[in-house]
Write a protein that binds this ligand. Structure first.
Ligand code: GTP
Length: 435
């Protein structure tokens, strides 16, 4: 229960079906932990929400938008539906008409309206069974799934019963599902796999939202303003969650970048040893500081810092240890494995072979989410500071200009830099290195 309330504080909106409202009459607030409550949203095709329900009552008492109930309905329904709409409206309930799909509110359109009309960027779907099953049947709409298994036999298979009706090859899969005990329960969590994103089906199946060819899966989760000593400027700091479990992108934004052309940008992967400790084994620290110096000179620019902090580490208060290694540290293998890779490099392997002999790819990173963040920030084109051709490729067509970031090789990193040049094609550092 406490975990559920904690999750509620982490989302802009909370969504349930009218069946749950009728059976449980919930409040949907975060009462057991400190933090803001999400905005309540109910899927209610026929406007069956009673005027006496707790959510309607708190809606009519609320002064701001945050506790105002929103009902998502379709244009169809019985005659008396619109009389009920009037009565609900008089009690401060916000009613949004959404296109129907199979006689019910279309989930994809519902999410778009919640984002566009309510300004909510993250939605927690809490129930009931039919609504959860409908979302799980559309895994491309779901970024994270958290399932609690309790040691109580209630009968039935819950939302999974609907899903089990499909062909074996079309069944929902949750790659790398993780678990941890919370009290007597077991919490399972993971990200559903999205077949079309893996290239298994054609473009025709991709949903279109806001003119983009796929749903934006990278979401703003928090933001603030701060004075940053390193660039002697007041900046915006925005934190984005990405569909990759555990990955966060921190955008440090100087000046007005919306609509900007050739905006200076650095996409920097977390390197605890180089960025924080100043390790000389790599060039990460000097590159980061080099770009911050550039940002200090420029009137506007963006640093995207890609971290591996865990989404679920936020429930660490529940005494859960969560082993999430999907950030960008160590080219995506995580700090523990990077240090193991260093041990192998001590024995003579280069940075690529060390990764390979630990069973990892040379580089696990992808930069699509960084591109989405830049699109969300409204930049028209960027001047990308990098030596890495993969980043340039991934950020096309935004990256119209590419600038190398110079590093001065030292005796500790010269082999590493040579390997990046020779095996990862980092051509722009060639002139800096002894042949
Ligand atoms: N596995 C592994 N990762 C390393 C090693 N040295 C540095 N890294 C990681 O390499 C990544 C470097 O990130 P970036 O500086 O953003 O990227 P880059 O690929 O070097 O490209 P540019 O700096 O943009 O030219 C960081 O995640 C570091 O933690 C190493 O020896 N092994």
């Amino acid at each position: 229960m406490v975990m559920t309330h904690q999750f509620r504080t982490m989302h802009d909106a909370i969504l349930i079906g009218v069946g749950t409202l009728l059976s449980d009459d919930p409040q949907l607030t975060a009462r057991l932990v400190p933090g803001p409550s999400p905005q309540p949203v109910v899927l209610d095709s026929n406007l069956r929400t009673p005027l006496t329900s707790a959510l309607v009552r708190s809606s009519s008492e609320s002064t701001g938008m945050s506790q105002r109930l929103t009902l998502l309905t379709t244009s169809n329904g019985p005659k008396d539906k619109w009389e009920r709409a009037k009565a609900l409206d008089q009690r401060g309930v916000f009613i949004l008409e959404v296109p129907a799909a199979d006689g019910r509110v279309s989930l994809e359109d519902a999410l778009c309206r919640v984002k566009e009309d309510l300004g909510c960027h993250s939605v927690m779907v809490e129930g009931g069974m039919t609504v959860i099953a409908s979302f799980l049947a559309r895994p491309e709409l779901v970024s994270n799934l958290v399932v609690t298994v309790s040691p109580k036999f209630l009968g039935g298979y819950g939302p999974s019963a609907e899903l089990l009706k499909g062909e074996p090859q079309s069944l929902l899969s949750i790659p790398k599902m993780q678990s941890c005990p919370v009290g007597d329960d077991i919490v399972l969590y993971g990200s559903p796999s999205v077949p079309y994103l893996n290239g298994n089906s054609g473009d025709a199946h991709k949903p279109k939202v806001n003119g983009h060819s796929h749903l934006m899966q990278t979401q703003l989760s928090s933001s603030c303003r701060m004075w940053v000593e390193a660039i002697e400027s007041e900046c915006d700091l925005k934190v984005y969650n990405t569909p990759k479990q555990g990955q966060e992108i921190v955008a440090l934004i100087k000046g007005d970048v919306f609509g900007g052309e050739h905006v200076p940008v650095r996409v920097h992967s977390e390197c605890f040893t180089g960025d924080v400790l100043g390790s000389k084994r790599c060039d990460c620290g000097p590159q980061l500081r080099g770009f911050l110096d550039i940002l200090q000179q420029e009137s506007a620019g963006i640093l995207l810092y890609i971290r591996g902090a865990s989404v679920l580490a936020r429930i660490a208060w529940a005494d859960m240890y969560l082993d999430v290694r999907e950030g960008d540290e160590g080219r995506g293998i995580g700090l523990v494995e990077k240090i193991r890779a260093y041990e192998l490099q001590e024995k003579g392997l280069d940075t690529i072979d060390a990764n390979l002999s630990l069973g990892h790819a040379a580089d696990l990173r992808t930069f699509e989410s960084s591109k989405e963040v830049l699109q969300q920030l409204g930049v028209q084109s960027i001047k990308l500071y990098t030596n890495n051709p993969e980043k340039v490729e991934a950020l096309r067509p935004l990256a119209r200009e590419v600038r190398p970031l110079k590093t001065v090789p030292n005796k500790h990193n010269v082999t590493y830099l040579q390997t990046k040049r020779d095996r990862l094609n980092h051509k722009t550092i060639l002139s800096e290195l002894p042949i």
